[in-house]
Design a protein around this ligand. Sequence first.
Ligand code: SAM
Length: 280
Amino acid sequence: MENNLKNTLREAGFNFKKRLGQNFITDKNLLASIVRGAGVTKSDTVVEIGCGAGALTRVLSENAAKVLGFEVDVGLKPVLSRALEGADNTEIIYGDFLKADLKSLEQKLGGYSVVANIPYYVTTPLITKILEESKLCRSMTVMVQEEVALRLCAKPATPEYGAITAAVALRASAEIIKKVPREMFTPRPNVDSAVVKMVIEDGRIKVKDPVLYKKTVHAAFQSRRKTLENNLVGYFGLSRGEAQKILAAAEILPRARGETLSPAQFARLADVIFEFSSRN
Ligand code: SAM
């Protein structure tokens, strides 16, 4: 970590809080490559979740039109204020992003992208919140644990493919843009990381009821050892005959396992279940 930031943190009496996922990055090249990879331009509004000591926030403020940062740890206020001196296009909200009202935030912001080195203990809830609540988010470029990055971008029928993969795929295409070794963070975490870019393209997979899509995916991954038919029976309380009819109507093989279905197949299955439940 660069000495001046270390000194600033020491002078502010700051102690890293593991429970808040505080692993900071200061390497200027890494920060610049995240911002470049996110495709941030001078006309963009960027939301950063978890500003930490403000190293990424500063680079974002230099490359974007406007930056709105969230930081839950009020103890970082003096450090952040100093790191962001003169960054007039940047506003920090000291609070929990998970509790933020995205609807009113978006009324204020207009279209935006998320760029963040997110706290790992809330990776799934953060990504899910944006996927489910945002209307104006265009992309998310986030540093996550490498293992999670592989899951976000996984292909069907691989061990990494799971409910979160299918949830992301409904609204976004996801790719790993950079692998980041653990040595790049202070303090050093126990895992390597990767930057994933998710570009939101609404309507890339059409589904009648997104909530039912989520439930269908959840049902399919409830027990990986069971067939999809068995999982549907257990989750939706269907008879075996009903589950078989639904699978046939969705053109899915009777013995298929959930993890082999593409997101488009999950959408077709959810639509058939939707029709079935509106008839019954
Ligand atoms: N952006 C900085 C960097 O790249 O060096 C810090 C990243 S650090 C991995 C994650 C930051 O998120 C920490 O500063 C932590 O306090 C903050 N944080 C943790 N939970 C949060 C939440 N629910 N909402 C907003 N910030 C949170």
